[in-house]
Design a protein around this ligand. Structure first.
Ligand SMILES: NC(=O)c1ccc[n+]([C@@H]2O[C@H](COP(=O)([O-])OP(=O)(O)OC[C@H]3O[C@@H](n4cnc5c(N)ncnc54)[C@H](O)[C@@H]3O)[C@@H](O)[C@H]2O)c1
Length: 260
């Protein structure tokens, strides 16, 4: 098993803070773990209180205790309370990673107005208002890094069995949001970038038949699905000084899924 974080020294993020949304599962949890292992002060946020408590406890053996806050990215007041929590506990906010999202796989006739509102509400509005809160704080404290987790579905479209139109559109919107915020923040010392994961074996896909997962892997040029640590390593990179000239970009970490 490779150590995806081996190129980062154990103190790479010492003295730095990070807020990770969607931290009770998959990439968000792994990102929180990765930052913690590299010395950061971590705030884990999720809507799933029980899951968050369990995953928070799992990190108990590591040096540094992460903070945890329950918040719903589909509710602006809840996002506001998440930032209040951070303001009360952190000296400053250096890094924000938005992983929280819902995935849906409905056929076109089955997607009603409420479905689109729910998916865009969490995945797109939740991301924007988290970015807004991050920018307000980072601009007041000399800068920071933001990574928004989008999706290869935002580039290539969704549809079909895994990700539907509403999900893909929410992720395309996230990519556009990142570009727009980057443009508006020019010269303000806040770097914002997007990450486009390809198919990644996380609890988000727990409902998918193992045979379908095998087919997905076989169709990728790299011949395996992504792992949460593949994504967390790329997020560490985007938040590190090694990426100081990476700005408003969308990094594909997808095993070559664009060649499918
Ligand atoms: N897994 C993949 O194949 C894949 C591919 C491309 C992009 N992505 C994106 O990567 C990110 C992480 O996905 P994952 O695979 O780790 O999924 P996951 O389902 O394992 O984790 C998502 C987390 O987000 C939380 N969440 C959902 N709605 C929320 C809300 N309203 N408020 C707060 N938290 C909420 C969930 O409780 C969960 O803990 C998502 O943005 C997803 O769209 C995933």
């Amino acid at each position: 098993m490779i150590d995806a974080y081996a190129t980062f020294a154990p103190d790479s993020f010492a003295g730095k803070t990070v807020l990770v949304t969607g931290a009770a599962s998959g990439m968000g949890f792994e990102t929180a773990r990765a930052f913690l292992s590299k010395g950061a002060e971590v705030v884990m946020c999720d809507r799933d209180a029980d899951g968050l408590a369990r995953r928070h406890e799992e990190l108990g053996g590591m040096a540094g205790t992460p903070h945890k806050v329950v918040a719903d990215m589909g509710d602006p007041d809840s996002i506001g309370r998440m930032f209040d929590y951070c303001d009360a506990r952190l000296a400053r906010l250096d890094n924000v990673v938005t992983c929280a999202a819902i995935i849906t796989a409905k056929r076109i006739p089955d997607q009603d107005w409420a479905h689109w509102q729910r998916v865009l509400g969490v995945n797109l509005l939740g991301t924007f208002f988290t970015v807004q809160g991050a920018v307000q704080r980072m601009q007041g404290s000399g800068g920071g890094n933001i990574v928004c987790v989008a999706s290869d579905a935002g580039v290539h479209g969704g549809g079909g069995l895994i990700a539907d139109t509403a999900y893909a559109a929410s992720k395309a919107g996230t990519l556009s949001l990142v570009k727009s915020v980057a443009r508006e923040l020019a010269g303000k010392a806040v770097r914002i970038n997007a990450l486009n994961p390809g198919p990644t074996d996380s609890p988000m896909h727990s409902h998918i038949d193992p045979a379908l997962k095998d087919r997905i892997a076989a169709n990728l040029p790299i011949r395996r699905m992504g792992r949460p640590d593949d994504m967390a390593a790329a997020i560490l990179f985007l938040c590190s000084d090694a990426a100081s000239f990476v700005y408003g970009a969308a990094l594909d970490v997808d095993g070559g899924s664009m060649f499918r």
